[in-house]
Design a binder for this molecule. Sequence first.
Ligand code: PLA
Length: 410
Amino acid sequence: MALAVDASRFEGVPMAPPDPILGVSEAFKADTSDLKLNLGVGAYRTEELQPAVLNVVKKAEKLMLEKGENKEYLPIEGFAAFNKATADLLLGADNPVIKQGRVATLQSLSGTGSLRLAAAFIQRYFPDAKVLISSPTWGNHKNIFNDARVPWSEYRYYDPKTVGLDFEGMIADIQAAPEGSFVLLHGCAHNPTGIDPTPEQWEKLADVIEEKKHMPFFDVAYQGFASGSLDEDASSVRLFVKRGLEVFVAQSYSKNLGLYAERIGAINVICSAPEVADRVKSQLKRLARPMYSNPPIHGAKIVANVVGDPTMFGEWKEEMEQMAGRIKNVRQKLYDSLTEKDQSGKDWSFILSQIGMFSFTGLNRPQSDNMTDKWHIYMTKDGRISLAGLNLAKCEYLADAIIDSFHNVN
Ligand code: PLA
């Protein structure tokens, strides 16, 4: 018997809104204009605006093929060589916490999956704690904690007046939070603002976090992409670890190795003693098993091969510097084009002081809509543009669009 078409059991399921970041790519695809430019998602493009696989990744994959891999399940915690490599890369191979066995590392589903797993852990073992997140932050952070039923609140971060860090507001809000809160921090290249605390400010933050017995929780999605140096970009995390604090760190290889679709990353918990790390790890595994059972192998092998081989490791660093360098070039050219074309006297130098993949333009929602509707430039509605999706040839066009949106739309 045929079911009547109007008898769906899904009447109560409303249409979800498009994702504020990944939805931009869908809208971009549907645009037929030749002028279109996708500055939405933070994904690296070549000067020809094409996605690219790093040469060192191709090399690692070729080696893997030659060796002939099998497709057996990984253990719940992931690929052992990857877990070692990823903790070494984050903390420095000679970090005492690694030697002492105080780091619980679990390979997980890139940055997002690692954050989500940590959120589930917080929900289970710290049900009364809340997470403090920066205002603004990466759009998905709120979704992750909401879905894990972890309460969160925001701390001040960005000051639109100075187009810089509201450090005093940040400190005050972290200080005022209930003792034992989790403080989510961007390890480097803060998304979306591109503004990081200075080394002195990190020290002060560590003072307050330690004093309040908060738990620092780093999201490291851009190691190597902020400064071009893997070690320098991990210095914030290492500073907290050096103080002997217990620390959560989610890692991602989407951007720095260009492994977006491989979903490779890790959750690390630095604990006060090896026995604590063992217990924490056992519970992370217990949470992962019913969620996704065990993680995928391909990206894990790529990372382990690249990081574990001195020649390939060197090649990776070179390619990462090239990517970071290309972004710096378009950043400079965009700034030059804006200053040259805009006669209003507006100071655009904030573009040069921001770091990482993004520029936080200060454009509001109607202005961002104008960028897309009139100029076919796709970006997130918070005014963020991904410079990784920009090339030198398009900088002037982008500058025209920004100037028009900034001055003619309010
Ligand atoms: N953390 C931060 C701060 C991020 O910006 C991103 C990605 C992630 C974690 C997660 O990335 P992963 O799961 O691929 O490891 N942010 C992107 C993409 C680049 C996205 O929104 O998913 C962005 O455009 O903001």
